[in-house]
Design a protein around this ligand. Sequence first.
Ligand SMILES: *Cc1c(COP(=O)(O)O)cnc(C)c1O
Length: 347
Amino acid sequence: MKFIDLRSDTVTLPTEKMRKAMAHAELGDDVYGEDPTVNRLQAMAAERLGMEAGLFVPSGTMGNLAAVLAHCGRGDEVIMGDCGHTFVYEAGGISALGGVHPHTIPNQPDGTLKIEDIRHAVRSDNEHFPKSKLLILENTQNKCGGVSLSREYMLEAANAAHQAGLNVHLDGARIFNATVDQGLPAEKLTDMVDSVTFCLSKGLCAPVGSVLCGSKEFIKEAHRIRKQLGGGMRQAGVLAAAGIVALEEMTDRLAEDHAHAKALADGLKELEGIHLDKGSPNTNMVYIVLDPSLGMDAKTLATKLRSEGILVGMAGPRHFRLVCHYWIRDENVTEIVNAFKRALSIA
Ligand SMILES: *Cc1c(COP(=O)(O)O)cnc(C)c1O
């Protein structure tokens, strides 16, 4: 059975053009800095984000980890949201591998961190305290429903951190979803931060990889750390070639995914017993809640939907996350809504 897979935008497969580019990529040893395709991707990414330099890494997780390790030493502290990907979903890497102390403050429902919370979280100079070194922001904010943060907010938050002597790292796994949503060129959401990672492997459809960007000096240090982490990849141009196509062709079209998410949300909210989560949809994500009156939990409905050829992500006992991406086409939206009707026996 061919599934319509709404679990995540990480399930996207490379496009035909990416596969061709991968097959014909010019290659070299990237650990020596000699892979021309990797070098081209890194330069393109840095330019798009208004940064001096870029570093191709195998995953967003490694990009964030290398960034934190380049900004912080052992015993230093990072301030971040309690719904932040780095805090929740990266296996505690910054503590396990870097001895870096996470200091969480609450993410607001709109994905932001309160500026006053950021200010209060910064430690004073006292030998009892770890040293506050870094603020991590996330845009779009995944666990807050894929909401995008505005340039005005990013400037305010980065300013508060910089005034307190901290650097700012942006987990921009889906930064192009944010820029499309905000109607801004990418650098307008990154020019206030010191470093940024973004994923090529999600909505942009490349099979593997993320790019970490920052100053030349910062990337030089991150390059050493990537090697330490086992992320030196030799003829990685076969992967970077798909990333180049992703940056050239796949960023602006994310607007289609956002339109599909909106259409899907509009269709589903009409169904008896299905509610949109507060504020949903955002960018390419729809969060829905099942009414208790249905007498059906998310797991049961997910199983029924699977037999209808629809794969959904569970976000709680009665919650689903549905993510739109390149491989969800216009006609799929109605098919999904109809499958929900059948699964709920209201067709
Ligand atoms: C996906 C994601 C990452 C990195 O994930 P990898 O699977 O390691 O590439 C980082 N931050 C956010 C917000 C993400 O959604």
